[in-house]
Design a protein around this ligand. Structure first.
Ligand SMILES: Nc1ncnc2c1ncn2[C@@H]1O[C@H](COP(=O)(O)OP(=O)(O)OP(=O)(O)O)[C@@H](O)[C@H]1O
Length: 673
């Protein structure tokens, strides 16, 4: 069937093209095209018009799009007689020759189908363009019996999949529901593509920059020998849509090009929403892909992308659910404005985007899990699962099975396959709290996984490889554990590529008011009451050393609020055991010698210095005065800061006359005020 394309507006060469269906018509800015469009909005290869299965189709390859009668072309669209094609400001008219001419024209076209004949070569000035260079020199030809052309309904065949294609798609959808892992899902999809399109190779490539290796390639025998084309992957990433090699007018292979062994190649982006997360490569030998092949692979890819996304969200929800079930949820936010906490936040932001393992060290209750959460949320894995495991809370005999999974029948009670925590955390973060409690056997397995090697579930026969970032935490000194032979040195080196130390609360007491208000607001919301602390209560909280750190502070506030009859919480609501003197008992306790402002001030300064280990900056913040003022007062009062820091306080000297007069508001409130 012959067609004519007329340029109605814009600059094109040639202005009129007459064509038979044996070669595609390419349109674009490149001089290699059948119709060369001089339009700034046109791409080098903008669109292709071709004849396939009894109909003329147009496919868009451009960035700015092609419109047919005002409708943007998505994938392939059937062209009908008289339709208008718009590319930027250029308008073309598509005309099919009358049926009366079909018999004679189609026979002449089949006679010349494999040669690049310009049907209107005689009028060279009008229709001078030849046929584009096909990189393989073997365009598929569709000889069209005249009688079939006349009666077939091409619109129907374009829109509908064939029965065998539908069956293959349905079979894949069924498998997608049944398979357990993304790897199985991808393998099933690639297998269907190979079977249905008789392609030579199909591969799935994750676009995660941390993981540039092909994840799955079928047939497996090719996975080592055939690299997936970096050029096609880059183009798919850039353009975000299917790249079909044969359709690219200027596609030529360099001698080293990984595609040189293939006749045609397709690369399809996989996206569920937003940016593509993977690319599907399908290569074939012998002949080029047909439009139908491309449509089929695109349909299957769309389903695969959504099924993978579902797998991923299910895993994240599962991990989140089990974390919430086994843990008192940590507050999401790291509260505090002290230098210590500001530095901690900066360290987290620097470490989070990196792919390395992080070792978080700090006392119990200081916020290590909160740090792990922040690392995960600020990393590229934020959309993946965060799986939390407290190694100290699981019996050592069960820990290996919990971490690495087990197969049905591996031990008594194993009545089903159980994916381990590593598998659950695939593409996410695994937070190993109390990593110092791992047995030496588990440490060896953990080391292998960190080194990117595979592991074998308990009772399993094959190995599993996962993509997990480890964040480990411990309150132990792991160097000492290494010396004692309880912790592997090589594992320690691997774990502490990035180290983060979480300061105990006594090192940032200036955050106590902010933390206290934060926890009070939370408990108020939960109890639907509006609790507040008296100044004395706040002072008591600030004066305590909090061996259990922020966790203890939170528990103390929650406990005081819940037990309080009124909304006002006073100092006596807090009972800190032996270090908290019962009110009224002063004998032998660290209290001011008298209630004179002078004695209270000396007492407060000594106490602040003792609490902060002699750190003048911290103590000044605690007291609410400047560092210089504190220095002056220490000197004037003859306080031995170093002795206080070492826990050997010299007795308070007799009160000297203050060298500097107290400024209003610089004294701490009296505990009993
Ligand atoms: N800076 C902080 N801001 C807000 N909440 C905090 C902060 N630090 C700790 N917390 C809270 O204290 C509690 C204990 O924190 P977390 O579980 O992170 O400590 P941890 O160091 O992991 O303790 P453990 O070693 O016992 O597991 C949590 O409720 C957490 O929300």
């Amino acid at each position: 069937m012959r067609v004519r394309i007329l340029v109605e507006s814009g600059q094109c060469q040639p202005p009129v093209l007459e064509w038979s269906g044996d070669q595609p018509i390419t349109i674009g800015r490149s001089r290699d095209n059948t119709i060369v469009v001089r339009d700034e909005l046109a791409s080098r290869l903008h669109a292709k018009i071709y004849f396939e299965e009894d109909q003329w189709l147009i496919r868009d390859f451009s960035l700015n799009g092609t419109r047919v009668d005002g409708v943007r072309v998505q994938g392939a669209l059937r062209l009908q007689d008289g339709q208008q094609i718009r590319i930027g400001d250029t308008v073309l008219r598509f005309q099919v020759e009358p049926k009366s001419n079909l018999q004679s024209k189609s026979s002449s076209s089949s006679a010349t189908s494999l040669t690049n004949v310009n049907p209107t070569a005689s009028s060279a000035s009008d229709t001078v363009k030849g046929v584009p260079i096909n990189p393989y020199g073997q365009t598929k030809v569709h000889p069209i019996p005249a009688e079939r052309t006349a009666v077939a309904d091409p619109y129907e065949t374009d829109r509908q999949f064939r029965m065998d294609e539908l069956t293959a798609l349905c079979k894949f959808m069924q498998q997608a529901v049944e398979v357990k892992t993304p790897h199985e899902l991808i393998t099933a999809a690639l297998r269907v593509i190979l079977q249905q399109t008789t392609a030579r190779l199909a591969g799935y490539l994750a676009l995660d920059p941390d993981d540039p290796a092909p994840r799955v390639v079928l047939p497996e025998s090719a996975s080592v020998d055939v690299p997936l084309s970096k050029r096609l992957t880059a183009q798919v990433q850039r353009e975000g849509k299917t790249v079909w090699l044969l359709s690219q007018v200027s596609a030529t292979h360099s001698p080293t090009d990984s595609l040189s062994a293939f006749a045609d190649a397709l690369c399809i982006p996989l996206r569920a929403s937003g940016e593509p997360f993977a690319a599907l490569h399908v290569y074939r030998t012998g002949r080029a892909f047909t439009e139908r092949d491309v449509r089929f692979i695109e349909a299957l890819s769309g389903y695969l992308a959504h099924a993978l996304e579902l797998h991923r969200s299910r895993r994240i929800l599962w991990a989140e659910n089990s974390r919430l079930r086994t843990h008192v949820p940590a507050a999401d936010e790291i509260i505090g404005s002290s230098n210590a906490i500001t530095q901690l936040r900066q360290q987290i932001l620097r470490a989070a985007p990196q792919p390395f393992t992080v070792l978080v060290q700090g006392e119990s209750g200081s916020g290590k899990e909160l740090v792990a959460l922040a690392l995960h949320r600020n990393s590229r894995r934020a959309n993946g699962p965060l799986v939390v495991v407290n190694c100290a809370a699981i019996a050592p005999t069960l820990l290996e099975a919990e971490l690495f999974g087990y197969k049905k029948g591996a031990f008594s009670g194993a009545d089903h396959d159980h994916p381990g925590l590593f598998q659950q955390a695939d593409e996410g973060t695994l937070f190993l709290d109390e990593v110092g409690e791992l047995s030496l056997e588990c440490q060896a397995k953990l080391l292998r996984v960190i080194e990117g090697k595979s592991f074998r579930p308990v009772g399993g026969t094959s190995d599993i490889k996962v993509d997990v970032r480890i964040v480990a935490a411990t309150h132990r000194n792991l160097e000492k554990e290494v010396k004692a032979g309880r912790f592997r040195e090589d594992l320690l080196f691997r774990l502490r590529i990035i180290q983060i130390r979480v300061p105990p609360l006594r090192e940032h007491p200036e955050d106590i008011p902010e933390l206290a208000e934060f926890f009070l607001a939370r408990v108020s919301a939960e109890c639907r009451r509006k609790f507040r602390l008296t100044p004395a209560a706040m002072f008591k909280l600030q004066s305590y050393t909090w061996p259990g750190n922020v966790r203890q502070l939170r528990a103390a506030i929650e406990n005081a609020a819940v037990m309080s009859e009124t909304e006002v919480i006073d100092a006596d609501a807090f009972n800190f055991g032996s270090s908290d003197p019962p009110s009224g008992s002063y004998k032998g306790l660290d209290l001011p010698a008298s209630l004179s402002m002078e004695d209270v001030e000396t007492w407060a300064i000594r106490r602040a210095l003792r609490q902060t280990g002699g750190n003048v900056s911290h103590a000044a913040r605690l007291l609410g005065i400047s560092r210089d003022t504190l220095h002056t007062k220490i000197k004037a009062k003859g306080i031995d800061r170093l002795a206080l820091a070492q826990g050997n306080p010299s007795p308070p000297p007799p009160t000297p006359r203050p060298a500097v007069a107290n400024k209003a508001g610089t004294n701490p409130p009296h505990p009993s005020s």
